[in-house]
Design a protein around this ligand. Structure first.
Ligand SMILES: [Zn+2]
Length: 354
């Protein structure tokens, strides 16, 4: 492994884990639950009857009780009810079907190699889990697991985790006081507790669901432009290939410096970025030419667009208060570290103290 620092490490970490914990400075240890902000999505409301009907029709499953009822089928792939994605479901074509299976021994073995202080290590281990345990089917065939939007990566990791520990072993929970009625609220870190800052409804009409692309004509906003702009969802695949390109550029071009603003736009500007570095270079150079052609007005417009169409994972998670029924929110954290997520050791008697 070549030792790299500075720019490229920062870029990699920015592309790495979608867990905000590792990209933000840790906050103070006192956690006061906050009232929910109006822009943050509420928990996904799934109609129980509708859910039961869906399961009957598709043999798919939701979470918790439903998965438990199908525990005997755990070894195989199981179709996931897309409504678990909440509003983020909109950012996938309608014919996609997500399938998960429990983490295998190999995956758990790799998990034990996790270096929690290193964003890249977390990145690798998360990808490893998804590689083995997530599959996507569509009308045109199987899609790579890397086709998921990068903001959903942690969601799918948690989903697989819940499926792996069907009986609720290894829960990540903590308790806090409800900000509305002061009752005790249990926060359980599961895929339904995650929160996201989402695009407003009024901009959604610019999104082409089938092709996973935002089509925006600057002329509609009084900005002279010859043609409409196409902005493609950032995927786990593009992130990985951008990372490979960054490393290659850095190593081959005398510790090349990267423009972080361009890197932020890059995944949106390319429909695809090749795994093959020479091809990626051509694609990225084209995107860079577009990026550099923007004048101040255009750049400022594009910056607004990106702010409005991005799905941003929140640093908070939510839970419903059992006493007053309100939604309480607290900061996402891992009381026993990220390593505890797939930790199976605590199910048996511990050997030694280390
Ligand atoms: Zn309450």
């Amino acid at each position: 492994m070549v030792k790299r620092k500075d720019d490229v490490t920062l870029q990699e970490e920015a592309l790495a884990s979608q867990i905000p914990e590792f990209t933000e400075t840790p906050q103070e240890e006192v956690h006061v639950p906050e009232k929910i902000s109006s822009r943050i999505l509420n928990r996904n409301q799934v109609d129980e009857e509708e859910m039961a009907d869906f399961e009957k029709r598709t043999n798919a499953t939701g979470l918790g009780e439903n998965i438990f009822a199908k525990a005997e089928a755990r070894d195989g792939w199981i179709a996931i009810d897309r409504r678990l994605l909440g509003e983020r479901d909109f950012y996938y074509p309608e014919d996609w079907q997500f399938l998960v299976r429990p983490a295998t021994v190999e995956v758990v073995r790799n998990w034990s190699m996790l270096d929690e202080t290193n964003g890249n290590s977390i990145d690798d281990v998360f990808n490893e889990i998804l590689k083995y345990c997530l599959s996507i089917k569509s009308n045109t065939g199987v899609k790579t697991w890397q086709s998921i939007n990068n903001w959903d990566r942690f969601f799918f990791v948690l989903l697989i985790r819940e499926y792996t520990f069907v009986q609720g072993e290894s829960k990540v929970e903590f308790f806090e006081e409800c900000p509305y009625c002061e009752a005790e609220v249990k926060f359980n870190l599961d895929c339904q507790a995650l929160m996201y800052d989402l695009p407003d409804d009024e901009v959604k009409r610019y999104y082409d669901r089938e092709n996973r692309v935002w089509v925006i004509d600057p002329a509609d906003f009084e900005i002279p432009a010859e043609r409409a702009l196409y902005l493609y969802n950032p995927t786990v695949e593009k992130d990985a290939n951008i990372k490979a390109w960054l490393i290659a550029e850095y190593q081959e071009n005398n510790k090349k410096k990267f423009d972080p603003v361009f890197i932020k736009f890059l995944p949106w500007l390319c429909a695809k970025i090749s795994k093959d570095v020479p091809s990626a270079r051509v694609q990225i150079r084209k995107a860079e030419m577009t990026f550099k052609s923007w004048d101040t007005e255009m750049f400022s417009f594009m910056n607004d667009v990106l702010k409005n169409i991005s799905v941003t994972p929140s640093t908070n998670i939510s839970a419903i208060c059992p006493a007053c029924g309100e939604e309480a929110v607290t900061r996402l954290r891992f009381p026993d570290g990220v390593g505890a997520l797939f930790n199976v050791v605590n199910r048996r008697k511990k050997f030694g103290t280390k």
